[in-house]
Ligand binder design. Structure first.
Ligand code: ZN
Length: 450
């Protein structure tokens, strides 16, 4: 079907302007400026007056839990939550069961997504101490990147042998996305606080989380990754920055296209600080930990001045009872967030901390530039019609009733948001409209111009 998205305010490539967009054959066929005449035939008209049209969000960092952990989440349910939040493409992490550490398992994920994902997709191959041959086989045109858990507690994917690390950096055929936390420091701190945190969950000590997964644990690990990337000339994307100190490792004096070393942060590191543990307890336990207030302030400055390149949701759903069973050590880290990452970021637009064009840059354009995604991430004629329509004056309360993730909860529950996605198009298909899904079309595999 063809669509005419009529009289919208486009937010695209640093500009905000009135236009209509004609969508035909899955592509953005024509951007019709106000006052311009263009015959759109019998296209279905979507009245977008008063709303903002943006390129669909590209979320480079999600954990959809399939295969193996589908009691928490799966590609079908989480891709629904994604499109409800204006996310039209996602890149999923390899810490599933089994972990995605060879080409065969990687292909199985692509096959699953082809069957049931509402959004466009790609999957990372996970690096281990001994799968270099599999890494080398990765097709950089068809796979988003290599995920490296550099000293984190994620199953057998912890790469801790220095010769293996060096070879991964030297030989990876595409971008390396790294989770950086130093395991030795975390182990040491865990022992230090063990007595205090391993008591019953009724006496939660979650505020010790940033003391155990400390600023130093992040800095040591990410600086090691950056040093290795500099030595080997690898393309390194450091995920989920959570500290002020790590910002020294990144640059804002070269265009993103030319950067070899880049950084991501997530909405929760900008919204929460260690003060929030008192009220929110284990619901905001995640890795890396949410840390002291000064980090939150510094991270916001860094996204304003270009030291941080992208925003990923790190959508990592768990059932709520998995967060509140046992003690500090057994409480799962991570939470569902993909449905709300855009609206949370738009709160800073309402507060004049960020501009709408900056949010679009961080969540739509920059992931497309960084990963060199083929014809997505911008509203341009000839590009795939991945679009989200946003109402900036639809104040609403986040509640379980409108939560589409399989686990049906998020730490943003009971928060007021002032913006809402009303329509989402994936490849020119309207897949989401005001709380309803229009199924029947699946997303496409992302292609990378490398
Ligand atoms: Zn993650």
């Amino acid at each position: 079907m063809n669509y005419l998205i009529k009289n919208a305010t486009l937010v695209n490539e640093g500009q905000t302007f009135e236009a209509s967009v004609f969508v035909s054959d899955g592509k953005i066929a024509k951007i019709i400026k106000a006052g311009e005449d263009f015959d759109t035939g019998s296209a279905q008209v979507i009245d977008a007056r008063g709303k903002y049209l943006i390129p669909g969000v590209i979320d480079e960092h999600v954990h959809f839990r399939e295969p193996g952990l589908t009691y928490k989440a799966d590609i079908f349910t989480e891709s629904r939550a994604a499109v409800a939040g204006g996310v039209t493409s996602f890149m999923d992490m390899p810490n599933t069961i089994p972990p995605t550490t060879n080409q065969e398992l990687l292909q199985e994920k692509f096959d699953l997504a082809a069957e049931k994902s509402l959004a466009n997709y790609s999957f990372y191959l996970g690096a281990t101490n001994d799968n270099l041959a599999e890494i080398a086989k990765t097709d950089p045109k068809k796979v988003c990147g290599i995920k490296l858990f550099l000293g984190s507690s994620t199953g057998n994917m912890l790469v801790d042998k220095s010769d293996a690390l060096e070879r991964i950096f030297k030989e990876a055929p595409c971008l390396i996305a790294a989770h950086c936390e130093d395991e030795e420091i975390i182990r040491h701190n865990s022992e230090l606080y063990e007595e205090m945190v391993s008591r019953e969950i009724t006496e939660p000590k979650v505020h010790l989380h940033p003391k155990i997964r400390s600023e130093m644990a992040c800095y040591l690990s990410s600086s090691k990754a950056v040093d290795l990337a500099l030595e080997t000339n690898a393309k390194l994307h450091v995920l989920h920055l959570s500290t002020e100190k790590e910002l020294d490792l990144f640059r804002n004096d070269i265009p993103l296209e030319d950067k070899k070393i880049t950084a991501e942060t997530c909405p929760h590191y900008l919204r929460f600080s260690d003060e929030d543990y008192r009220k929110r307890k284990f619901s905001i336990k995640c890795n890396p930990a949410i840390k002291a207030e000064k980090n939150k302030v510094a991270l916001m400055e860094a996204i304003q001045n270009g030291l941080i390149d992208t925003i990923g949701s790190d959508h990592a759903p768990h059932r709520r009872n998995e967060k509140y069973t046992g003690n500090y050590f057994t409480s799962k880290s991570g939470f569902a967030s993909i449905q709300h990452s855009l609206e949370v970021m738009l709160e800073w637009v309402h507060q004049d901390e960020l501009t709408f064009t900056q949010v679009v840059q961080l969540m739509c354009h920059n992931p497309a530039i960084l990963y060199q995604i083929d014809r997505r991430g911008f509203i341009r004629e000839g590009y795939h019609a991945d679009l989200a329509l946003v109402d900036m004056s639809e104040k609403h309360l986040i509640s379980t009733a409108n939560e589409f993730t399989k686990c049906h909860w998020t730490p943003y529950k009971r928060e007021w948001m002032r913006s809402r996605v009303t329509h989402t198009f994936v490849n020119g298909n309207l897949v989401y409209e005001n709380g309803e899904f229009i199924e029947g079309n699946t997303g496409e595999r992302l292609i990378f111009n490398r």
